[in-house]
Ligand binder design. Structure first.
Ligand SMILES: *[C@@H]1O[C@H](CO)[C@@H](O)[C@H](O)[C@H]1NC(C)=O
Ligand SMILES: *[C@@H]1O[C@H](CO)[C@@H](O)[C@H](O)[C@H]1NC(C)=O
Length: 473
């Protein structure tokens, strides 16, 4: 008896030890990166970093979790991270998307580090290797310097990074390419071998760097793309089973580039525009906005909250509709604009029935204005009255909660599904669905209410006509 208990205690202890070992393990070092290539694109204010890693399992056991390291600053500005495994050679490659998740790892290296884990579809056996492609997207990462510029100056910005890729693994060979929007580069830090050709700076190749090697660099260069940022977008999608979807979008737009210095000169602005042509005309400004809306859009309206819009223009074809909005004043660095866009859409293009007798909305999760970073995107789906069990399906993590909305004809109010996403970039654009149950009796309720309201009005009118209100003598 006693022996048995002891055996059990022993077993429990081993189990806990094992658990502790698994939970407390440092970044798994069984991998070695035999080759790493990083391509950093700085042409707009949304920074794309493509990282190609050839990962080799140098340990003795199969492993399936590859760890990526980023600095805390990078994580603060990270809008998205995406990873895929590349199979095949040359032109016949296929890519398979892999799951990536933020991870806490206890082992503290000399520099502050945050981690993401890539989960391989199949464990990599000892001695095997695989190629991974990682995409990082960063926003608000370029620092305008000088921070203020006059109307005729171009915009210079700083980009800070490390010439060596931060990684928990040993990297046998690595190269980094930085692409600037033009050849106008004021300065950059070298780390030999470093080469600049045209709009590209090449760092490396560097051989045999131990884990957590870094070497800070910066590039100071011209970037005249307008830093168009929507600080907040609230999009309301209201479903009416009577055949329409009404979309209303509230925008708070800011030019987040170098602030505009001095007064705005319209004469200067217009004369240069006509005489010098577009190429030499390099004010950093937002001249017009383009919103890409679904096809078959109708009743489009635009309302600038200060009435400062000169024109908006709608073009439609069978595949898409484009709304071009031109503010009366071009938007310079630091300037803001608030406005509202509204439109109607045919219900049958976006509302469907699922196999389990539910209905669902299938809509684009995104900002219709092209090329925008959205600091805070809120999508509110207003379901028809009487809808129950709403459940949203979004392909990336979002915050969500429910609200209620009442309008004049409502008996019990409508359920509103609220989805919130911070740091939204155009690469996030995708479809999302909101499933819900609906009892058609509620449509009847609404029409009954309408009918009875009209009837009451009718009775009131009849009564009014027949009551003699004249004052008798
Ligand atoms: C339009 O903007 C200008 C400059 O910002 C401002 O002075 C003017 O009052 C605005 N107009 C209206 C109608 O709000
Ligand atoms: C949603 O619409 C897109 C584009 O029309 C389509 O590709 C996708 O399959 C739809 N999703 C669902 C769940 O119906």
């Amino acid at each position: 008896m006693e022996a048995r208990i002891r055996a059990r205690v022993n077993l429990a202890l081993t189990f806990f030890a094992l658990l502790f070992f698994v939970a407390g393990s440092s970044p798994p070092r069984q991998f070695v990166i035999s080759n790493a290539e990083r391509r950093i694109d700085l042409s707009s204010h949304i920074i794309n970093v493509h990282l190609t890693l050839k990962v080799e399992n140098a340990g003795t056991r199969p492993a399936s979790e590859v760890v990526l390291a980023l600095t805390p600053t990078e994580v603060d500005h990270l809008a998205m991270v995406d990873a895929s495994a590349i199979k095949g050679k040359r032109k016949k490659t296929t890519s398979l998307r892999l799951e990536v998740k933020p991870t806490e790892l206890p082992d503290a290296p000399p520099i502050d580090t945050k981690y993401f884990t890539i989960y391989l579809a199949n464990p990599l056996n000892s001695g095997e290797s695989t190629t991974l492609e990682v995409l990082y997207v960063f926003t608000h990462f370029l620092e305008p310097f000088p921070a203020e510029i006059a109307q005729s100056e171009s915009q210079l910005v700083f980009y800070h990074d490390t010439a060596l890729i931060l990684s928990p693994y040993h990297i046998k060979q690595q190269t980094t390419f930085i692409k600037t929007p033009s050849t106008k580069v004021e300065s950059f830090i070298r780390m030999e071998p470093t080469n600049r050709v045209g709009t590209e700076i090449k760092y490396g190749p560097y051989e045999d760097r131990p884990p957590y090697s870094i070497s800070p660099i910066h590039v100071h260069f011209e970037n005249n793309s307008p830093f168009a940022v929507v600080e907040e977008l609230v999009q309301e999608i209201e479903i009416s089973h009577w055949g329409n979807i009404q979309v209303t979008e509230h925008y708070k737009l800011i030019h987040a580039g170098a602030r505009h210095k001095g007064v705005f000169s319209r004469v200067d602005y217009q004369s240069r525009q006509s005489s010098n042509g577009a190429s030499s005309f390099r004010y950093v400004r937002i001249v017009y906005l383009l919103a890409r809306l679904p096809p078959r859009v109708h009743s489009v309206y635009y309302r600038g909250e200060i009435g400062n819009i000169s024109s908006s223009h709608l073009r439609t074809d069978s595949l898409k509709s484009e709304l071009q909005i031109e503010p009366r004043y071009p938007l310079f660095g630091g300037w803001k604009a608030t406005f509202v866009i509204g439109y109607g859409l045919p219900l049958q293009d976006f509302l469907f029935e699922s196999s389990d007798d539910k209905r669902y909305l299938n809509f684009t999760f995104g900002c219709p204005l092209i090329g925008m970073v959205v600091d805070k995107l809120t999508i509110k789906v207003v379901l028809p009255e009487g809808s129950t069990d709403p459940s949203p399906v979004v392909p990336f993590p979002v915050e969500h909660h429910l609200e209620a909305k009442y309008s004049s004809l409502d008996v019990v109010g409508r359920t509103v599904v609220v989805l919130e996403k911070k740091n939204f970039v155009p690469m996030h654009n995708s479809h999302f669905q909101v499933y819900y149950s609906f009892k058609p009796i509620f449509m009847l309720a609404e029409s009954l209410m309408l009918a009875s309201a009209f009837f009451m009005l009718f009775v009131a009118c009849v009564a009014y006509i027949h009551i003699d209100l004249s004052v008798r003598k």
